[in-house]
Write a protein that binds this ligand. Structure first.
Ligand code: NAD
Length: 379
């Protein structure tokens, strides 16, 4: 590729969490450059963020509508936009971008509600442009290894999945003290109806289906708001049934005091099992019924090609969150280049897209319904 793909960003203004992470990850492989943005709903703050990112001041826009209009007229306009705003803007920003002929890389969840994601799916199909969804954990090399191991059949029939995503940062009502990330996440109008279940439960759900290759067919969930006055759930437990007869347990909480970003996935087959933890992502435990446990290390020469193709560093040099994010960006960038070269359907199955977005939003909607009715619900 002779020149870099040009990226615009919506969100990622001063003090934002994930916008700057997107920039770092997108630019890591030298295939993408951030050149424009509507970084905040405040024009001054958008300009300030643009300056901090070192982009041309004329391309730090006051709104995303203005950005799409101006950029679609430029010879060197943006090739795609990344959406890193609160959830209520994911649909309108994606729609506006696709209408302007601009591809989309969106952060999760795909939209704020299930109805919205159905609309987005139709808009993506009509536009025919690449759409990627940053379920970050899908980018870790050992998650790819776990996925390849499940697909190989070596674990035997999958019988049970235990997935958890535990955080403690919402253990107190910090949204009432104006904590930025907590404030919109606990406001149904900005976040959508699923609190913890939408924010991190969707990651756990995605990881389950992504690694096992199975689909959840029904679930029984209990969602609670533990912190007094909180308007959305902050603690969730769900029982899952999967399409091969396996069962699952999914636990997501943002009031698990002391936990930081505790994602753990265990998958049990007839012959063996895997255990991966995001806070120690460079090793994967593989346990066997009749032989000793294996610890597979990132970049080990014995890993699957699926894992090794997304590995950048030799064994013992830890890769982490930014690199995992960057794997998704590399796949998106290669896909977008192939699209520009005439391939109508260029994104690899390893990169989450609109189908994963629809599954995630359905999961939130079903979990809320199950919790409300205190019953099992079909997916
Ligand atoms: P944040 O509050 O830190 O940042 C949101 C940014 O959006 C802010 O800069 C805000 O000014 C900006 N914004 C709001 N309205 C805007 C508008 N109209 N135009 C332009 N910018 C606007 O939130 P965050 O924690 O960075 O989360 C953002 C999104 O990323 C959420 O959807 C969240 O679910 C997702 N997220 C994903 C991951 C992951 O691992 N993939 C991690 C964290 C957050």
């Amino acid at each position: 590729m002779s020149k870099k793909l040009r990226m615009g960003m919506v969100g990622g203004g001063p003090g934002a969490f994930i916008g700057p992470v997107h920039k770092m990850a997108a630019e890591l492989d030298g295939k993408i450059q951030l050149v424009a943005g509507a970084f905040s709903q405040s024009p001054e703050r958008s300009r300030a963020a643009g300056a901090s990112f070192g982009i041309d001041p004329a391309r730090a826009y006051a709104s995303y509508a203005e950005m799409f209009e101006a950029e679609s007229k430029r010879e060197d306009g943006i090739d795609f936009v990344v959406i890193a705003t609160p959830n209520n803007l994911h649909l309108p920003v994606a729609e506006a971008a696709l209408a302007a002929g601009i591809a989309v890389m969106s952060d999760k969840p795909a939209t704020a509600t299930f109805d919205e994601v159905l609309r987005l799916k139709a808009v993506v199909a009509k536009a025919g442009l690449p759409y990627g969804l940053t379920h970050t954990y899908a980018g870790y090399s050992l998650v790819r290894e776990a996925r390849a191991l499940c697909a190989s059949g070596n674990l035997g029939l999958i019988r049970k999945v235990a997935v958890e995503y535990l955080q403690g940062w919402l253990s107190r009502p910090i949204e009432s003290a104006g904590q930025k990330q907590a404030a919109w996440r606990s406001d149904p109008a900005l976040n959508g109806p699923g609190g913890c279940i939408g924010d991190i439960g969707t990651h756990a759900f995605h990881l389950t289906e992504y690694v096992t290759g199975l689909k959840v067919t029904s679930l029984n969930a209990a969602l609670r708001s533990v912190v007094p006055g909180r308007r959305l759930d902050d603690d969730c437990n769900a029982l899952l049934r999967l399409n091969n007869g396996a069962s699952g347990v999914l636990m997501a909480s943002q009031v698990a005091a002391g936990e930081r970003n505790g994602i753990r996935l265990r998958v049990y087959g007839e012959e063996g099992s895997i255990d991966w933890r995001q806070e120690d992502p460079n090793q994967l435990s593989v346990k066997w019924l009749d032989r000793p446990e294996e610890i597979r290390h990132a970049a080990g020469s014995y890993l699957s090609s699926d894992a090794l193709t997304v590995t950048r560093l030799p064994s013992g040099h830890p890769e982490g969150y930014i690199e995992a994010f960057a794997v998704l960006y590399r796949e998106f960038a290669d896909g977008l280049c192939a699209f520009k070269a005439g391939n109508a359907n260029p994104l690899p199955a390893t990169l989450p897209g609109i189908e994963a977005g629809v599954r995630g939003m359905r999961f939130i909607e079903r979990a809320i319904e199950s919790s409300r009715t205190e019953n099992w619900v079909e997916f």
